[in-house]
Design a protein around this ligand. Structure first.
Ligand code: GDP
Length: 179
């Protein structure tokens, strides 16, 4: 990562959270490099990648963290403190991954430190291209998000649907969160 010659107005950190296999690392690579991979590479610990974006005339350096693997719990706890936004990812073809996302939010709300933070949380239903295998409807996910007061979007890292939009909406919301 270059440090000396990059200039930016803001640094935003966003973390991807969700069950193994929901598509976190592919959402990350689609957003930062416009790449997709059919293989699941075993993620070790936590990795991040950086991309610069322009938002309302400002240059934003975006660090996207992919939390994965066995370090999940402890690393996620640390990341929560560093992050401004959470993309809470599930797989629209796996209701279990949706339940896991709900459980994560429940635990997040029960954590005093986390609950006080003004972190922006967006639920992301990924693998929208596998419509014929869908187990979680957009309506039920949307209703859940309305009850919980979090944002919702469906994406496909495979065909790129809404991936840029998900990040753009997240970053705009972080930008508009009062300091
Ligand atoms: P992670 O464990 O959450 O990081 O998931 P990965 O990004 O490694 O993806 C797990 C598997 O799902 C891989 O085989 C990917 O190719 C596949 N995958 C990821 N995103 C999509 C998507 O939007 N559509 C489809 N059809 N497959 C996807």
């Amino acid at each position: 990562h270059k440090t000396s010659d990059d200039s930016y107005d803001y640094l935003f950190k966003v973390v991807l959270i969700g069950d193994v296999g929901v598509g976190k690392s592919n959402l990350l690579s689609r957003f930062t490099r416009n790449e997709f991979s059919l293989e699941t590479k075993p993620s070790v610990g936590v990795e991040f990648e950086t991309r610069f974006i322009e938002l309302e005339g400002k240059t934003i350096k975006v660090q996207v963290w992919d939390s994965a693997g066995s370090y999940r719990r402890t690393m996620q706890r640390r990341l929560h403190r560093l992050s401004l936004g959470v993309l809470l990812v599930y797989d629209v073809t796996k209701s279990g991954s949706f339940e896991a996302a709900k459980q994560w939010l429940k635990e997040f709300r029960e954590n005093e430190e986390a609950a006080k933070s003004d972190m922006v949380i967006m639920l992301v239903g990924n693998k929208l291209d596998l419509m014929h295998l869908r187990e979680v409807t957009a309506e039920e996910a949307q209703a859940f998000c309305e009850r919980e007061g979090i944002f919702f979007i469906e994406t496909s890292a495979l065909d790129s649907t809404n991936v840029g939009e998900a990040f753009q909406q997240m970053l705009t919301r972080i930008y508009n969160t009062p300091a």
